[in-house]
Design a protein around this ligand. Sequence first.
Ligand code: NAD
Length: 356
Amino acid sequence: MSRDFLYTGSPARIVFREGGSASAGEWVETLACSKALVLSTQQQKADAEALALRLGPLCVGVFAGAVMHTPVEVTEAAMQVVRQSGADCVVSFGGGSTTGLGKAIAYRTDLPQIVIPTTYAGSEVTPILGQTEGGRKTTVRHASILPEVVIYDAALTTGLPVAMSVTSGLNAMAHAVEALYARDCNPISSLMAVEGLRAFQSSLPGIMVAPDDMALRADALYGAWLCGTVLGTVGMALHHKICHTLGGTFDTPHAETHAIMLPHTAAYNAVSVPALLAPVAEIFGGSVDGSVGGGLWDFAKGIGAPMALKDLGLSEADLDRAAAIATENPYWNPRPIDRASIRALLQDAFEGRRPT
Ligand code: NAD
Protein backbone atom coordinates (compact mmCIF):
# COMPACT_ATOMS: atom_id res chain seq x y z
CA MET A 1 0.00 0.00 0.00
CA SER A 2 1.12 3.52 -0.76
CA ARG A 3 2.59 5.64 2.05
CA ASP A 4 1.02 8.68 0.41
CA PHE A 5 -2.41 9.09 1.98
CA LEU A 6 -4.89 11.38 3.69
CA TYR A 7 -6.35 10.23 7.00
CA THR A 8 -9.07 12.16 8.84
CA GLY A 9 -10.04 10.91 12.30
CA SER A 10 -13.62 11.35 13.44
CA PRO A 11 -14.12 13.74 16.40
CA ALA A 12 -16.83 11.53 17.93
CA ARG A 13 -16.41 10.05 21.39
CA ILE A 14 -16.85 6.29 21.46
CA VAL A 15 -17.75 4.56 24.72
CA PHE A 16 -17.54 0.78 24.48
CA ARG A 17 -18.75 -0.89 27.67
CA GLU A 18 -21.25 -3.56 28.69
CA GLY A 19 -23.87 -1.70 30.71
CA GLY A 20 -22.47 1.60 29.40
CA SER A 21 -25.92 2.92 28.45
CA ALA A 22 -26.49 3.54 32.17
CA SER A 23 -24.02 6.43 31.85
CA ALA A 24 -26.11 8.27 29.23
CA GLY A 25 -27.02 10.95 31.79
CA GLU A 26 -23.37 11.69 32.52
CA TRP A 27 -22.82 12.19 28.80
CA VAL A 28 -25.79 14.55 28.57
CA GLU A 29 -24.09 16.65 31.26
CA THR A 30 -20.65 16.34 29.68
CA LEU A 31 -22.15 17.89 26.54
CA ALA A 32 -23.35 20.75 28.78
CA CYS A 33 -26.97 19.77 28.16
CA SER A 34 -29.87 19.17 30.53
CA LYS A 35 -32.93 18.55 28.33
CA ALA A 36 -32.58 15.33 26.37
CA LEU A 37 -35.22 14.08 23.96
CA VAL A 38 -35.05 10.30 23.66
CA LEU A 39 -35.77 8.87 20.19
CA SER A 40 -36.76 5.33 19.17
CA THR A 41 -39.00 3.34 16.87
CA GLN A 42 -42.46 2.29 18.01
CA GLN A 43 -41.09 -1.24 18.49
CA GLN A 44 -38.46 -0.07 20.98
CA LYS A 45 -40.68 2.45 22.77
CA ALA A 46 -40.73 0.56 26.09
CA ASP A 47 -36.90 0.47 26.22
CA ALA A 48 -36.74 4.16 25.26
CA GLU A 49 -39.17 5.02 28.07
CA ALA A 50 -37.09 3.02 30.54
CA LEU A 51 -34.04 5.00 29.41
CA ALA A 52 -35.98 8.25 29.82
CA LEU A 53 -36.88 7.23 33.35
CA ARG A 54 -33.22 6.59 34.17
CA LEU A 55 -32.31 10.02 32.79
CA GLY A 56 -34.84 11.51 35.21
CA PRO A 57 -34.85 15.33 35.20
CA LEU A 58 -32.32 15.38 32.36
CA CYS A 59 -35.02 14.09 29.99
CA VAL A 60 -37.83 16.17 28.48
CA GLY A 61 -39.62 13.42 26.59
CA VAL A 62 -39.66 10.42 24.25
CA PHE A 63 -40.45 10.51 20.54
CA ALA A 64 -41.02 6.91 19.43
CA GLY A 65 -41.92 7.51 15.79
CA ALA A 66 -38.67 6.70 13.95
CA VAL A 67 -39.12 4.59 10.80
CA MET A 68 -36.91 3.27 7.99
CA HIS A 69 -35.43 5.74 5.44
CA THR A 70 -36.00 8.88 7.58
CA PRO A 71 -39.10 10.35 5.87
CA VAL A 72 -39.14 14.15 6.11
CA GLU A 73 -42.73 14.09 7.50
CA VAL A 74 -41.56 12.09 10.51
CA THR A 75 -38.64 14.46 11.05
CA GLU A 76 -41.03 17.41 10.95
CA ALA A 77 -43.27 15.78 13.56
CA ALA A 78 -40.21 15.18 15.75
CA MET A 79 -39.06 18.79 15.20
CA GLN A 80 -42.35 20.00 16.69
CA VAL A 81 -41.62 17.98 19.83
CA VAL A 82 -38.06 19.36 19.89
CA ARG A 83 -39.40 22.91 19.79
CA GLN A 84 -42.23 22.36 22.27
CA SER A 85 -40.03 20.56 24.79
CA GLY A 86 -37.06 22.92 24.45
CA ALA A 87 -34.79 19.90 24.02
CA ASP A 88 -31.07 20.74 23.93
CA CYS A 89 -29.82 17.31 22.79
CA VAL A 90 -31.16 14.02 21.45
CA VAL A 91 -30.47 10.50 22.67
CA SER A 92 -31.12 8.03 19.84
CA PHE A 93 -31.81 4.53 21.11
CA GLY A 94 -32.04 1.87 18.38
CA GLY A 95 -30.85 0.91 14.91
CA GLY A 96 -30.08 2.93 11.80
CA SER A 97 -33.65 4.21 11.49
CA THR A 98 -33.61 5.87 14.90
CA THR A 99 -30.07 7.15 14.40
CA GLY A 100 -31.26 8.60 11.08
CA LEU A 101 -34.00 10.59 12.82
CA GLY A 102 -31.51 11.96 15.38
CA LYS A 103 -29.19 12.98 12.54
CA ALA A 104 -32.04 14.66 10.65
CA ILE A 105 -32.84 16.72 13.78
CA ALA A 106 -29.17 17.59 14.31
CA TYR A 107 -28.84 18.64 10.66
CA ARG A 108 -31.69 21.11 11.14
CA THR A 109 -30.77 22.36 14.63
CA ASP A 110 -27.14 21.42 15.29
CA LEU A 111 -28.27 19.83 18.57
CA PRO A 112 -25.71 17.37 19.91
CA GLN A 113 -26.51 13.67 19.64
CA ILE A 114 -25.82 10.72 21.90
CA VAL A 115 -26.46 7.44 20.09
CA ILE A 116 -26.99 4.07 21.75
CA PRO A 117 -26.96 1.61 18.83
CA THR A 118 -28.83 -1.69 19.07
CA THR A 119 -28.05 -3.06 15.59
CA TYR A 120 -24.86 -3.32 13.53
CA ALA A 121 -25.85 -0.80 10.82
CA GLY A 122 -23.02 1.63 11.67
CA SER A 123 -24.89 4.86 10.93
CA GLU A 124 -23.93 6.25 14.35
CA VAL A 125 -20.34 6.87 13.24
CA THR A 126 -20.96 8.50 9.87
CA PRO A 127 -21.63 12.15 8.95
CA ILE A 128 -24.13 10.91 6.34
CA LEU A 129 -27.90 11.32 6.40
CA GLY A 130 -30.22 9.59 3.96
CA GLN A 131 -33.75 10.99 4.00
CA THR A 132 -36.84 10.50 1.86
CA GLU A 133 -39.32 13.04 0.58
CA GLY A 134 -42.12 12.22 -1.84
CA GLY A 135 -40.69 8.72 -2.30
CA ARG A 136 -37.22 10.03 -3.27
CA LYS A 137 -34.19 9.29 -1.15
CA THR A 138 -31.42 11.86 -1.03
CA THR A 139 -28.17 11.77 0.87
CA VAL A 140 -26.36 14.63 2.59
CA ARG A 141 -22.98 14.69 4.29
CA HIS A 142 -22.31 17.40 6.88
CA ALA A 143 -20.28 17.78 10.08
CA SER A 144 -23.43 18.52 12.13
CA ILE A 145 -24.78 15.07 11.21
CA LEU A 146 -21.99 13.11 12.92
CA PRO A 147 -23.15 12.13 16.44
CA GLU A 148 -20.99 13.54 19.26
CA VAL A 149 -21.13 10.49 21.56
CA VAL A 150 -21.78 6.82 20.80
CA ILE A 151 -22.33 4.37 23.63
CA TYR A 152 -21.87 0.76 22.52
CA ASP A 153 -23.48 -1.48 25.12
CA ALA A 154 -23.45 -5.14 24.06
CA ALA A 155 -26.07 -5.95 26.72
CA LEU A 156 -28.63 -4.13 24.55
CA THR A 157 -27.99 -6.36 21.55
CA THR A 158 -28.73 -9.79 23.06
CA GLY A 159 -32.38 -9.19 22.17
CA LEU A 160 -31.61 -8.49 18.51
CA PRO A 161 -33.25 -11.51 16.84
CA VAL A 162 -30.77 -13.94 15.26
CA ALA A 163 -32.06 -13.37 11.71
CA MET A 164 -31.63 -9.60 12.11
CA SER A 165 -28.22 -10.05 13.72
CA VAL A 166 -27.12 -12.01 10.66
CA THR A 167 -28.38 -9.55 8.05
CA SER A 168 -27.31 -6.52 10.06
CA GLY A 169 -23.83 -8.03 10.45
CA LEU A 170 -23.55 -8.71 6.72
CA ASN A 171 -24.74 -5.15 6.04
CA ALA A 172 -21.87 -3.89 8.21
CA MET A 173 -19.38 -6.23 6.52
CA ALA A 174 -20.30 -4.72 3.16
CA HIS A 175 -19.01 -1.34 4.38
CA ALA A 176 -15.66 -2.96 5.20
CA VAL A 177 -15.37 -4.90 1.94
CA GLU A 178 -15.95 -1.75 -0.10
CA ALA A 179 -13.55 0.21 2.12
CA LEU A 180 -10.74 -2.18 1.18
CA TYR A 181 -10.84 -1.05 -2.45
CA ALA A 182 -12.06 2.52 -1.91
CA ARG A 183 -10.28 5.05 -4.09
CA ASP A 184 -9.42 7.05 -0.95
CA CYS A 185 -8.60 4.08 1.29
CA ASN A 186 -5.63 4.51 3.60
CA PRO A 187 -3.65 2.18 5.86
CA ILE A 188 -5.84 2.95 8.89
CA SER A 189 -9.17 2.46 7.11
CA SER A 190 -7.91 -0.87 5.74
CA LEU A 191 -6.74 -2.01 9.19
CA MET A 192 -10.15 -1.16 10.61
CA ALA A 193 -11.95 -2.89 7.75
CA VAL A 194 -10.00 -6.12 8.13
CA GLU A 195 -10.42 -6.09 11.92
CA GLY A 196 -14.15 -5.46 11.50
CA LEU A 197 -14.50 -8.39 9.09
CA ARG A 198 -12.59 -10.67 11.48
CA ALA A 199 -14.83 -9.60 14.37
CA PHE A 200 -17.95 -10.65 12.45
CA GLN A 201 -16.37 -13.85 11.12
CA SER A 202 -15.58 -14.92 14.66
CA SER A 203 -18.88 -13.87 16.26
CA LEU A 204 -21.86 -14.31 13.92
CA PRO A 205 -21.77 -18.14 13.71
CA GLY A 206 -21.70 -18.34 17.52
CA ILE A 207 -24.50 -15.76 17.91
CA MET A 208 -26.72 -18.05 15.82
CA VAL A 209 -26.57 -20.71 18.51
CA ALA A 210 -25.96 -18.56 21.59
CA PRO A 211 -27.59 -15.15 21.04
CA ASP A 212 -27.16 -14.27 24.73
CA ASP A 213 -23.40 -14.78 24.73
CA MET A 214 -22.11 -11.39 25.83
CA ALA A 215 -18.55 -11.87 24.57
CA LEU A 216 -19.79 -12.75 21.08
CA ARG A 217 -22.22 -9.83 21.13
CA ALA A 218 -19.43 -7.48 22.16
CA ASP A 219 -17.26 -8.78 19.29
CA ALA A 220 -20.05 -8.20 16.77
CA LEU A 221 -20.71 -4.70 18.09
CA TYR A 222 -16.98 -3.97 17.92
CA GLY A 223 -17.14 -5.08 14.28
CA ALA A 224 -20.11 -2.78 13.74
CA TRP A 225 -18.14 0.19 15.06
CA LEU A 226 -15.13 -0.58 12.85
CA CYS A 227 -17.19 -1.20 9.72
CA GLY A 228 -19.38 1.87 10.34
CA THR A 229 -16.31 4.02 10.85
CA VAL A 230 -14.85 3.11 7.47
CA LEU A 231 -18.24 3.74 5.85
CA GLY A 232 -18.02 7.26 7.28
CA THR A 233 -14.43 7.92 6.26
CA VAL A 234 -13.86 6.47 2.78
CA GLY A 235 -15.96 6.33 -0.37
CA MET A 236 -18.22 3.44 -1.29
CA ALA A 237 -18.76 2.02 -4.79
CA LEU A 238 -20.73 -0.59 -6.77
CA HIS A 239 -22.16 -2.51 -3.82
CA HIS A 240 -23.67 0.48 -2.07
CA LYS A 241 -24.87 1.91 -5.38
CA ILE A 242 -26.78 -1.27 -6.25
CA CYS A 243 -28.26 -1.63 -2.76
CA HIS A 244 -29.29 2.03 -2.78
CA THR A 245 -30.97 1.46 -6.15
CA LEU A 246 -32.82 -1.67 -5.03
CA GLY A 247 -33.91 -0.15 -1.71
CA GLY A 248 -34.83 3.21 -3.22
CA THR A 249 -36.70 1.92 -6.28
CA PHE A 250 -38.26 -1.33 -5.06
CA ASP A 251 -38.31 -0.72 -1.31
CA THR A 252 -36.41 -3.93 -0.59
CA PRO A 253 -35.43 -4.31 3.09
CA HIS A 254 -32.13 -2.58 3.81
CA ALA A 255 -30.03 -5.17 5.66
CA GLU A 256 -31.34 -8.17 3.68
CA THR A 257 -30.53 -6.47 0.39
CA HIS A 258 -26.95 -5.81 1.50
CA ALA A 259 -26.63 -9.37 2.79
CA ILE A 260 -27.71 -10.92 -0.52
CA MET A 261 -25.71 -8.60 -2.77
CA LEU A 262 -22.38 -8.66 -0.90
CA PRO A 263 -20.90 -11.92 -2.30
CA HIS A 264 -21.83 -10.89 -5.84
CA THR A 265 -20.49 -7.34 -5.78
CA ALA A 266 -17.31 -8.49 -4.03
CA ALA A 267 -16.80 -11.23 -6.64
CA TYR A 268 -17.32 -8.72 -9.43
CA ASN A 269 -14.71 -6.32 -8.10
CA ALA A 270 -12.26 -9.04 -7.01
CA VAL A 271 -11.51 -9.57 -10.70
CA SER A 272 -9.90 -6.12 -10.82
CA VAL A 273 -8.42 -5.81 -7.32
CA PRO A 274 -7.57 -9.35 -6.16
CA ALA A 275 -4.73 -8.25 -3.90
CA LEU A 276 -6.84 -5.65 -2.06
CA LEU A 277 -9.57 -8.24 -1.45
CA ALA A 278 -7.22 -11.14 -0.60
CA PRO A 279 -7.86 -10.61 3.17
CA VAL A 280 -11.56 -11.27 2.53
CA ALA A 281 -10.84 -14.61 0.86
CA GLU A 282 -8.46 -15.46 3.68
CA ILE A 283 -10.86 -14.53 6.52
CA PHE A 284 -13.91 -16.24 5.03
CA GLY A 285 -12.31 -19.45 3.89
CA GLY A 286 -12.56 -18.65 0.20
CA SER A 287 -8.80 -19.11 0.15
CA VAL A 288 -9.54 -22.81 -0.48
CA ASP A 289 -10.54 -21.93 -4.04
CA GLY A 290 -9.16 -18.37 -3.92
CA SER A 291 -12.67 -17.01 -4.22
CA VAL A 292 -13.60 -13.76 -2.49
CA GLY A 293 -17.27 -13.97 -3.48
CA GLY A 294 -17.45 -17.72 -2.88
CA GLY A 295 -16.02 -17.36 0.62
CA LEU A 296 -18.51 -14.64 1.52
CA TRP A 297 -21.37 -16.65 0.00
CA ASP A 298 -20.41 -19.79 1.98
CA PHE A 299 -20.18 -17.74 5.18
CA ALA A 300 -23.58 -16.08 4.61
CA LYS A 301 -25.23 -19.41 3.80
CA GLY A 302 -23.67 -21.03 6.86
CA ILE A 303 -25.22 -18.44 9.17
CA GLY A 304 -28.66 -18.73 7.60
CA ALA A 305 -28.71 -15.45 5.67
CA PRO A 306 -31.23 -14.83 2.88
CA MET A 307 -29.42 -15.71 -0.36
CA ALA A 308 -31.67 -14.74 -3.29
CA LEU A 309 -33.22 -11.47 -4.45
CA LYS A 310 -36.24 -13.41 -5.73
CA ASP A 311 -37.10 -14.09 -2.07
CA LEU A 312 -37.44 -10.33 -1.48
CA GLY A 313 -40.31 -10.18 -3.96
CA LEU A 314 -38.37 -8.81 -6.93
CA SER A 315 -39.15 -9.93 -10.49
CA GLU A 316 -36.74 -10.37 -13.40
CA ALA A 317 -38.23 -7.27 -15.05
CA ASP A 318 -37.23 -5.34 -11.92
CA LEU A 319 -33.64 -6.45 -12.53
CA ASP A 320 -33.64 -4.82 -15.99
CA ARG A 321 -34.75 -1.57 -14.42
CA ALA A 322 -32.29 -1.84 -11.53
CA ALA A 323 -29.38 -2.48 -13.93
CA ALA A 324 -30.39 0.57 -15.97
CA ILE A 325 -30.68 2.86 -12.93
CA ALA A 326 -27.49 1.59 -11.28
CA THR A 327 -25.47 2.35 -14.42
CA GLU A 328 -27.12 5.54 -15.71
CA ASN A 329 -24.80 7.95 -13.87
CA PRO A 330 -21.08 7.24 -13.90
CA TYR A 331 -19.35 6.75 -10.55
CA TRP A 332 -16.01 5.38 -9.48
CA ASN A 333 -15.62 1.61 -9.07
CA PRO A 334 -12.44 -0.46 -9.19
CA ARG A 335 -13.81 -2.45 -12.13
CA PRO A 336 -15.54 -0.73 -15.06
CA ILE A 337 -19.30 -1.01 -14.97
CA ASP A 338 -21.63 -1.61 -17.88
CA ARG A 339 -25.28 -2.42 -17.99
CA ALA A 340 -24.93 -5.97 -19.29
CA SER A 341 -22.41 -6.99 -16.60
CA ILE A 342 -24.52 -5.50 -13.82
CA ARG A 343 -27.63 -7.19 -15.21
CA ALA A 344 -25.78 -10.54 -15.16
CA LEU A 345 -24.58 -9.92 -11.60
CA LEU A 346 -28.16 -9.15 -10.54
CA GLN A 347 -29.38 -12.37 -12.17
CA ASP A 348 -26.89 -14.38 -10.10
CA ALA A 349 -28.06 -12.61 -6.95
CA PHE A 350 -31.69 -13.11 -7.98
CA GLU A 351 -31.20 -16.84 -8.18
CA GLY A 352 -28.85 -17.07 -5.20
CA ARG A 353 -26.02 -18.65 -7.22
CA ARG A 354 -22.61 -19.07 -5.57
CA PRO A 355 -20.15 -16.69 -7.25
CA THR A 356 -16.69 -18.00 -8.03
P1 NAD B 1 -33.73 -0.39 11.84
O1 NAD B 1 -33.13 0.67 12.66
O2 NAD B 1 -34.84 -0.02 10.91
O3 NAD B 1 -34.25 -1.54 12.82
C1 NAD B 1 -35.10 -2.56 12.32
C2 NAD B 1 -36.12 -2.94 13.40
O4 NAD B 1 -35.46 -3.63 14.46
C3 NAD B 1 -36.78 -1.73 14.04
O5 NAD B 1 -38.13 -2.03 14.28
C4 NAD B 1 -36.04 -1.59 15.36
O6 NAD B 1 -36.79 -0.97 16.34
C5 NAD B 1 -35.76 -3.03 15.71
N1 NAD B 1 -34.58 -3.23 16.56
C6 NAD B 1 -33.41 -2.55 16.52
N2 NAD B 1 -32.57 -3.03 17.44
C7 NAD B 1 -33.21 -4.03 18.08
C8 NAD B 1 -32.85 -4.90 19.15
N3 NAD B 1 -31.63 -4.87 19.71
N4 NAD B 1 -33.75 -5.80 19.55
C9 NAD B 1 -34.96 -5.88 18.97
N5 NAD B 1 -35.36 -5.08 17.96
C10 NAD B 1 -34.49 -4.16 17.52
O7 NAD B 1 -32.65 -1.20 10.97
P2 NAD B 1 -31.10 -0.94 10.68
O8 NAD B 1 -30.72 -1.98 9.70
O9 NAD B 1 -30.33 -0.80 11.92
O10 NAD B 1 -31.07 0.48 9.98
C11 NAD B 1 -31.51 0.66 8.66
C12 NAD B 1 -31.60 2.13 8.31
O11 NAD B 1 -30.37 2.78 8.63
C13 NAD B 1 -31.84 2.40 6.84
O12 NAD B 1 -32.76 3.45 6.69
C14 NAD B 1 -30.47 2.78 6.31
O13 NAD B 1 -30.54 3.59 5.16
C15 NAD B 1 -29.89 3.49 7.50
N6 NAD B 1 -28.41 3.49 7.52
C16 NAD B 1 -27.79 4.69 7.39
C17 NAD B 1 -26.41 4.76 7.42
C18 NAD B 1 -25.73 6.08 7.31
O14 NAD B 1 -24.52 6.17 7.45
N7 NAD B 1 -26.45 7.14 7.05
C19 NAD B 1 -25.65 3.59 7.63
C20 NAD B 1 -26.31 2.38 7.77
C21 NAD B 1 -27.71 2.34 7.74
